[in-house]
Ligand binder design. Structure first.
Ligand code: GLP
Length: 242
């Protein structure tokens, strides 16, 4: 595990973007696992800057997002498809058909989860999986549980997660109660995992996830078992790690 702590958001964003654009520069056909939420926004902004400077092309890249809300119209501003278009896809040259996000409106959610896993398997291994961290230790939408699920599945969101994400909606009542998420088996199969965490409110869960017991009560703790885990923290999130 390689943990780096940054004094400024700008440096953290540059470091995150450098890892991703560096990978695509050396492997133009890279398979990227992408994340949403507040955490990666600045990294995506920096990637877009690098792209506009002509430093990198995403024409050959394939992407798989971690998750999507169930039952939110795809063109809703808070769907993860809208988020990805807004923050990244529409600014770079990745072909739309090479970007994948689970369809949270599928008539048959089980079949959609299987289809998503098959697409990932067909693309080969995910070269780099970007992750944020939930306050309860969730990754993607894999919430704390007695047992974690290997592949893509539908999950009931924890109240804490809905409360945390209510800031993106008009009220908590609008936050969907379910999501579709890649499973921890798929996440852990990625060749490299890039975990980014910001903010004082995440300092304790970062510490618990990276130094505490490996337990399904804290899904992110399973990342300790990964051979190529890179963790980028701002000073506040890294307060207990220094
Ligand atoms: C969300 C997402 C996760 C994200 C996490 C933290 O609900 N499903 O992929 O990493 O919770 O979100 P944020 O970056 O907004 O703190």
């Amino acid at each position: 595990m390689n943990v780096l702590i940054f004094d400024s958001n700008e440096k953290l964003n540059e470091a995150g973007a450098n890892i991703i654009t560096g990978l695509v520069q050396t492997n133009p056909r890279a398979v990227l696992g992408l994340a949403t939420g507040g955490t990666p926004v600045g990294v995506y902004e920096q990637i877009v800057k690098d792209y506009k400077r002509g430093l990198v092309s995403f024409r050959g890249v394939t992407s798989f997002n971690l998750d999507e809300y169930v039952g939110l119209p795809v063109d809703h501003p808070e769907s993860y498809r809208s988020y990805m278009n807004h923050h990244l896809f529409r600014h770079i040259d990745i072909p739309a058909e090479q970007t994948h996000i689970p369809n949270g409106n599928a008539e048959d959610p089980e079949a959609e989860c299987r289809r998503y896993d098959e697409l990932i398997a067909e693309a080969g291994q995910i070269d780099l999986q970007l992750l944020g961290l939930g306050h309860n230790g969730h990754i993607g939408f894999n919430e704390p549980a007695h047992a974690l699920i290997r592949g893509t599945h539908v999950v009931d969101l924890a109240e804490e997660t809905r409360r945390a994400n209510a800031r993106f909606f008009n009220s908590i009542d609008e936050v969907p109660k379910q999501a579709m998420t890649m499973g921890v088996g798929t996440i852990l199969k990625a060749k490299t995992i890039l975990l980014i965490v910001r903010g004082a409110d995440k300092a304790e869960i970062v510490h618990r996830a990276l130094t505490g017991p490996i337990t399904t009560d804290c899904p992110a703790s399973l990342l300790q078992t990964h051979p190529h885990l890179v963790v980028l923290l701002d000073r506040e999130a890294g307060r207990l790690m220094a």
